[in-house]
Design a protein around this ligand. Structure first.
Ligand SMILES: [Mg+2]
Length: 266
């Protein structure tokens, strides 16, 4: 575990960490200003592959935060980077939104609907149809390589409500085919490998800041990266005390983390 003041690159989860629903977490703006003033890197990392970095930039801008879209890294981008290393230009059968389709198209892949694909890729497809699911099951059953962008079962949308997420679609296909995908996003190491390559950063002085134990904090444990759990989102103090997954640092929110960084510097 690194001393928090030695961390020079912070991987920041978005929902529950920087904002909750449509509102910024109290102190998030000041926290980002402290990072900037101290010359530390901030990279926003989200598992949600239904949107892309530009839609997240717009969302943050509506909340008054100006962020360069290149500093936003989604599991969708991590997946295109992983595939580009393995088979550039591959034929992909994609379960994804039009934004994820753009991401794959722009990364040089051929999206196919009728031809036999090289890969089936499953994202958080809010435009999913029974026809797409059926075809995906056929390909997976026929041993086409099967990849998912992330494993989350539900996506929080505020006021205690949720949308069924990619993990729930994975379960549907598993029930039909008995097969599970290789998962790129948090808590798996592939997303970190893609990120380190894109941003030319190492894991040594990095910390992952997030509100979920089984994605954000587990990712740090799986990859040997310092972790910071914030209690501003999903995890409560009581849940944390009962959990086997432990973070390197615990703060009520990024506001308190920012204060700790400031104090360390004084
Ligand atoms: Mg979160």
């Amino acid at each position: 575990m690194r001393n928090i003041k030695d961390i020079d690159c912070f991987l920041l989860d978005l929902d529950g960490t920087i904002y909750l629903g449509e509102s910024l977490i109290d102190g998030a703006r000041e926290f980002l200003q402290i990072l900037e003033a101290q010359g530390k890197k901030a990279i926003f990392v989200t598992n949600n592959s239904s949107k892309n970095k530009h839609s997240y930039q717009q969302k943050l801008e509506k909340m008054g935060l100006r962020v360069n879209p290149e500093k936003i890294f989604t599991s969708g981008e991590a997946t295109t980077r992983y595939l580009n290393k393995n088979q550039p230009g591959a034929k992909i059968f994609l379960l994804g939104t039009p934004l994820l389709e753009d991401e794959f198209f722009n990364a040089g892949f051929e999206l196919v609907s009728e031809a036999v694909p090289d890969y089936v890729v499953l994202g958080f497809d809010t435009t999913l149809t029974y026809g797409k699911l059926w075809k995906a099951c056929d390909h997976v059953r026929n041993d086409v390589i099967y990849i998912a962008t992330h494993p989350d079962y539900n996506c929080p949308i505020g006021e205690g409500k949720y949308m069924p997420d990619a993990g729930a679609i994975i379960k549907f296909i598993a029930a039909s085919t008995g097969k599970n995908p290789l998962v790129i996003g948090k808590p798996n190491h592939y997303i970190i490998a893609s990120l380190c390559e894109k941003y030319k950063v190492g894991k040594e002085n990095m910390a992952i800041v997030g509100d979920r134990l089984y994605t954000d904090i587990a990712l740090g444990i799986n990859t040997g990266i310092t972790t910071v759990l914030v209690l501003s989102g999903e995890t409560t103090q009581q849940q944390y005390q009962c959990s086997d997954i432990k973070a390197s640092y615990l703060f009520s929110s990024v506001k308190e983390l920012g204060q700790a960084l400031k104090n360390e510097m004084n």
